[in-house]
Every structure is written in C-alpha cells, then in structure tokens.
Design a protein around this ligand. Structure first.
Ligand code: HEC
Ligand code: HEC
Length: 210
C-alpha cells in the first residue's frame, strides 16, 4: 500500500501540471469529421464499439482520450509511449489539434449503458474486488481511483463503466506484463498482485456497470 500511496502523490502532482497546462477545448464537429472517415470502422460512428476487442470511447473524459492519442503517436525513432500496432499508424499524421478535436467529439457522445450476462459467481467476485479490493493479496479497490460507479475522475483516471470485458482484460494483461507503460506505474503495481481469476472477474463486472 505504501508504494501505491507514493504513486498517488506523484499522480496528483502530475494531474495539477496537466490541468494548468494549455488544454484547449477541442472542436467536436471537426473531430466527428475525422472520426467518421478514419475511426468509425473499429470504434463505431458514435464511439460505442460493437467489437469486444476495440474499446468504446463514447463519454470518456477528453483529457484521458487526448493523453492516449498523443501517447500512441511514435516519435522520430519510431517509439510510442503507449505501443499499439493498431493505433500507432492511425495517429501518425495527426496534429495535436486534430487529437483535441477527436477527444472532444468522443467525450461528447453518450455511452450505451453496460450489460453483462454469464458466470454470476465470477461477476459477484468482480464486484467485491472493484469496490473493496482484496486485503489478502493487497489489491486496492478500483473504486478508489475509478469511482464507485466507474465514471472515473478527470483528468487522470479514466471511466471504465460498460467497457468490453475482452478489451479490459487485454489491458490488465498488458499492464501486468509491463507492455503498457503509460500509467505512471500505477496500474502495473495494482496488477502485480491480481490473480488470473480476479482479472477476469473484475473485467466482467466492469462491462455490466452503468
Ligand atoms: C483497425 C481498428 C482501429 C481503428 C481504425 C482505430 N482504432 Fe482506436 N483502437 C483500436 C484498438 C485495437 C485499440 C486498443 C489499443 C491497444 O491496446 O493496442 C484502440 C484504442 C484506442 C484508444 C484508447 C482507448 C482507451 O480506453 O484507452 C483511443 C482513444 C482510440 N483508439 C481512438 C481512435 C481514433 C480517434 C481513431 C481514428 C483516428 C481510431 N482509434 C481508429 C483499434 C482501432
Ligand atoms: C491508485 C489509482 C488506481 C487504482 C487503485 C486503479 N487504477 Fe486503473 N488506472 C489508473 C490510472 C491513472 C489509469 C490511466 C493510465 C493512463 O493514463 O494510461 C488507469 C487505467 C486503467 C485501465 C485502462 C483503461 C482503458 O480504457 O484503457 C483499466 C482497464 C483499469 N485502470 C482498471 C483498473 C482496475 C480493474 C482496478 C482495480 C483492480 C484499477 N484499475 C485500480 C489508476 C488506478
């Protein structure tokens, strides 16, 4: 817990830096034009993706969306902060302004309420973990950063409610293997303690959150 608390302090400092920097509000109409042409095939025209491996973006906080888009973009040496074979080529030609517009567009869309069916025991375990963590292996409650309803806490903590379980589970695995490293090591630390069953359980529970 001590390490988590330390990171939380670091993140708070980072958050303040981000919110006082020039985060110009994007133009959602311009963002929609790009999204319709380039992004809709995978993320759906309104950002409520129908494909379990492609994340829904509708209603996500614009600051988080902008951060991800900027971090998908490779630098001159071809390295991206968030490495993604799918997304890095997508953003290669975009300016920061394009990304602000895209972030504003998806943030303005309404998220479809989550639903989940299937293994009720696993979903119940996910619910306990999400709201209370696991004292035995030191997994912190997801709710403490992502909010009790999964609505997140802008600008730093993304909304999770209703996200596809397949996508969430993939991200948890990527954090766990330290292949997704743009989280200030917060999620990586959360994941070192979680079992495979816990990862699946919490991913399913999140998909059903509204
Ligand atoms: C070929 C399919 C595809 C297209 C087209 C595509 N994406 Fe993605 N997108 C993905 C996948 C897959 C991921 C998950 C990234 C990963 O983990 O590698 C993703 C992730 C993202 C994320 C991160 C979401 C999160 O919750 O962290 C954002 C933001 C995003 N895409 C925006 C866009 C935008 C904007 C466009 C259009 C310019 C676009 N995407 C086009 C497949 C696609
Ligand atoms: C100490 C704060 C903290 C706790 C506790 C925490 N998270 Fe996170 N989480 C974050 C931060 C910060 C990010 C954003 C990383 C970034 O900017 O890319 C994040 C990102 C995520 C993402 C990626 C979202 C996306 O759209 O790609 C998932 C999934 C996630 N967290 C799930 C969880 C789950 C499940 C738990 C509980 C087991 C949890 N988190 C607990 C801080 C936290």
């Amino acid at each position: 817990m001590k390490m988590i608390n330390m990171s939380l302090t670091m993140i708070t400092a980072f958050t303040v830096a981000l919110s006082t920097s020039t985060l110009a509000a994007g133009d959602a109409a311009k963002g929609q034009e790009i999204a319709a042409g380039v992004c809709a095939g995978c993320h759906s025209p309104d950002g409520n993706s129908l494909i379990p491996n492609f994340p829904s973006l509708a209603g996500q906080h614009p600051e988080y969306l902008l951060k991800q888009l900027m971090e998908f973009k490779a630098d001159d040496s071809g390295t991206a902060v968030r490495n993604s074979p799918a997304m890095t080529p997508m953003v290669a030609e975009f300016s920061k302004e394009d990304m602000e517009n895209l972030a504003a567009f998806y943030a303005s869309q309404k998220a479809t309420p989550g639903k989940v069916s299937g293994d009720t025991d696993l979903i119940a375990l996910g619910k306990v973990l999400y709201h209370g963590g696991n004292i035995e292996n030191g997994v912190p409650a997801c709710a403490s950063c992502h909010g009790p309803t999964g609505s997140g806490l802008p600008p730093r903590y993304p909304a999770l409610a209703g996200q596809h379980a397949d996508y969430t589970l993939t991200q948890l695995d990527l954090f766990n293997k330290a292949e997704r490293t743009n989280d200030n090591k917060v999620m990586q630390q959360v994941l070192t303690r979680m079992s495979g069953t816990e990862k699946r359980a919490v991913s399913l529970y999140i998909q059903g959150m509204q």
